[in-house]
Design a protein around this ligand. Structure first.
Ligand code: AMP
Length: 219
């Protein structure tokens, strides 16, 4: 089973992690695992997990390593992860990266893709971001679905995420510096890190990532 393609996508919020991870998952038949989407769905559904993490998510802080590690462990057991996975928003800390190495065992992470974007562009993008509460499709504030408040794909409510408010964005950028930047070193030291410029069109970013995967003989 060493043929599994397990990818980690890192980047600040708004860099396009979610969009690119979803595309990679569809293109290569891999499970797209977004810990943020899983946690938000739990909050939305009002499950015990959702009630536990709601205030943490609203504030832009991180939930505990133990909690997300367990979520990912369970998610990796689902059948769509048999060929591998695209991890989006996980790992966020060295503790989570180490837990992931144990979870994946000999299959391991094949590549860590860092989608780079300056803070000014993060703020600009996130302030304009709207998201479907049901299927997590993202829109711009000027899109018809954002103005009408109804998702074009599933009819769900399209809203601004509570953590896309300026204070929470600031907090999340601080989290990124503190917790996620060390992860770049973690994957770099294993020869697994590639950086992709996030300040391009969505299609251009996808093409850049696919070119790297191909050049590395992973696809
Ligand atoms: P995201 O959609 O990836 O920006 O995640 C939204 C929020 O979910 C974060 O601000 C955290 O509160 C929580 N979260 C998502 N993934 C993780 C993770 N790997 N570790 C800790 N907290 C997380």
């Amino acid at each position: 089973m060493t043929a599994q393609l397990n990818l980690v996508v890192l980047g600040k919020q708004g860099a396009g992690k979610g969009t690119q991870s979803q595309r990679l998952g569809e293109h290569y038949g891999l499970a797209h695992i977004s810990t943020g989407d899983i946690l938000r769905a739990a909050v939305q559904a009002g499950t015990p997990l959702g009630r536990e993490v709601k205030s943490v998510l609203d504030s832009g802080r991180l939930v505990t390593d133990d909690l997300v590690n367990k979520l990912v462990e369970e998610r990796l057991k689902e059948p769509d992860a048999v060929k591998g996975c695209v991890l989006d928003g996980f790992p966020r800390t060295i503790g989570q990266a180490e837990a992931l190495e144990k979870l994946l065992g000999e299959n391991g992470v094949k590549l860590c893709i860092s989608i780079d974007l300056p803070d000014e562009l993060v703020l600009e993008r996130l302030s304009a971001r709207r998201v479907c509460q049901e299927c997590a499709t993202t829109y711009q504030d000027t899109d018809v679905a954002a103005i009408s408040g109804t998702c074009e794909l599933c009819g769900g409510d399209v809203v601004q995420r509570s953590d896309d408010q300026p204070e929470a964005i600031k907090k999340r950028l601080e989290n990124f510096e503190r917790d996620t930047v060390p992860l770049l070193t973690f994957y770099e030291s294993r020869g697994l890190l590639v950086a992709v410029d996030g300040n391009q069109s969505i299609d251009e970013v996808t093409a850049s990532i696919e070119a790297v995967l191909h050049a590395r003989g992973l696809t």
